[in-house]
Design a protein around this ligand. Structure first.
Ligand code: C5P
Length: 243
């Protein structure tokens, strides 16, 4: 079989040209990186777990009417997705203080936030994805005010859905990151959820014990990342099979 054309390779995923125009194949690697790739490892099976988990969340979000790039899972490591023009922003939603928010503002990790806080970072590895204000986004043309309003509404719907999914299995959704892309349907622009939703891009804490079940296990050397992600998948009933 002819090798597929690679369109893009990121830290945790590869995008290949898809079978139809307007589609891509998203391949989930086992590579784990943190601190803008200063810390790296290969974690056996991480890609398989994230492929399954992202499928689970994207399908569920689609069922409640949140538009996503997900079309179908192809195999253990790949899914077929719609090609989008990625908006160069990382959209972070926080329910509980942790990570860079705690470091930046001196708010103790674990402090519940009075309302979900949405932050935007400019997607640029060389700059380390800096935090930006809406002013920057609009002034530099990365998105319009209307786009930002739509992105905030979408991010809050994703937050409600994911928080509920997690709460049902005894996990607190502390924060997460999403990416959004543009598509055109007959000259009409829509913004849809893109990239992935997985424990790589969320903070997930066991409600009872506070145990971390996300990429902080790798960032902070807290044990086996595969065990943590497997626990999330097991609780959600999406443990990978060989297909
Ligand atoms: O590091 P920080 O506290 O800003 O991360 C907030 C959330 O966004 C975390 O769930 C983290 O995993 C996610 N994130 C991500 N990719 C990045 C930066 C943050 O998935 N490049």
């Amino acid at each position: 079989m002819a090798r597929r054309k690679k369109v893009y390779e990121g830290k945790a995923k590869i995008l290949y040209e898809g079978p139809e125009p307007g589609t891509l194949v998203q391949y989930f690697k086992d590579d784990a990186t943190a601190f803008n790739a200063e810390k790296k490892d290969v974690i056996d099976g991480k890609g398989v777990l994230n492929n399954r988990l992202s499928e689970f969340f994207m399908v569920g979000l689609g069922q409640i009417g949140v538009p996503t790039h997900f079309i179908k899972r192809l195999n253990m490591r790949e899914q077929l997705i719609r090609a989008v023009e990625i908006i160069p922003l990382e959209i972070i939603v926080r329910n509980v203080a942790a990570g860079s928010l705690s470091t930046r503002l001196g708010i103790e990790e674990g402090t519940p936030l009075p309302r979900p806080i949405i932050e935007f970072c400019y997607k640029d590895d060389k700059l380390g994805d800096p935090l930006v204000a809406e002013e920057h986004i609009i002034a530099f043309g990365w998105a319009t005010q209307q786009d930002l309003d739509d992105i905030v509404a979408l991010a809050l719907r994703v937050n409600d859905f994911l928080s509920g999914c997690m709460l049902a299995v005894g996990i607190k959704l502390v924060d997460f990151k999403i990416e959004v892309g543009r598509i055109w349907d007959n000259d009409f622009q829509r913004l849809i959820l893109a990239d992935e939703i997985s424990p790589d891009s969320c903070r997930l804490w066991d409600i009872e014990t506070g145990k971390k079940l996300d990429k902080d296990v790798f960032r902070r050397d807290l044990g086996s990342l595969t065990d943590a992600y497997t626990e999330v998948a097991r609780r959600l009933g999406v443990l990978p099979t060989n297909s």
